[in-house]
Design a protein. Sequence first.
Length: 346
Amino acid sequence: MNKSLSPSPNRAVAWWLLTGAAMIMIQVLIGGITRLTESGLSITEWKPITGMLPPLSNGAWQIEFDKYKQTDQFKYLHADFTLSDFKFIFFWEWFHRFWARLLGIVFIIGFVWFLIKRKFKREMIIPLIILFLLGALQGAIGWIMVKSGLVPEKYFVGHVELTTHFMAALGLLVYTFWFALRLLVPEQQRIHNPALKNFTIAILLVLFVQLCYGGFMAGLRAATAAPTWPTINGEWVPDAVFKDMGDAGLVNHPIVVHFIHRALAYLVLLLVTLWFFILPKTKISAWLNKTKIWPLALVWTQVILGICTVLFSPSSVALVWFGVLHQFTAMLLLISLVWMRYLIKK
């Protein structure tokens, strides 16, 4: 994917890819709602074909509910659930899987159509194969994640598996978006600035780690462990950072994860702000000049939403709303920085 493709006279392929990227973003948001509403374990089986449709009769609903009753999540957390309560969480998990199937259909139909119309260039074939393999891998990771919560003494999916699923989705999003940029962006809109390119890559690497810890936050429900700001339960550096960082506490302890997530957020904010102000005022393309404000605006918005998510996390309804908005802005920030990286070449 490092070599540029010349912009295609038929830009339909690029817009097909961008449509897929938008659908991936929606899929991630549905996944966020699924996690925050604790819906991920409501469907205990993986049925790629027959699972397209939800239960269509009262008897079918009762069968699915009985399967859910076998999970420890139901036994120890949701034992008071009625069938109506179950239908609510079932919907979000079913919709998450349904959208994933719909996304696959969109990619397959588009691929077949453009193949018949001979719109693909030879150099597109390998990237397209990789794209489909990444999509299939994402589905497999999703089922592994669900299975991690369907074992004794587990009430939720594993936070490491959840984060792997989340980051794989973002990887698929970035790959698809980058592929589309190769077809859409005229070469004259890209500037040559090695130092700025390296700085942008460095920000993306820090953001990658930050997003991983965002996944850990969601999986461990770490926001509710410290619903305060600017301190963490009254401490700037919690004692747990020194006492519990070892023995896998770096990724398993809610307060440690919370502290690292906040610290990385401030670091990303600082780096993006610095990036904006050192951006050259001359020798800059028109597209870069018009869009350079995006990362700065998004990173400040993201920090504010992160603060709101933490402060309102005791409310389950507010946690879902702010959590999803926080996740959506994180994806926009990631996309904006990938856009900047593409416009700044070696």
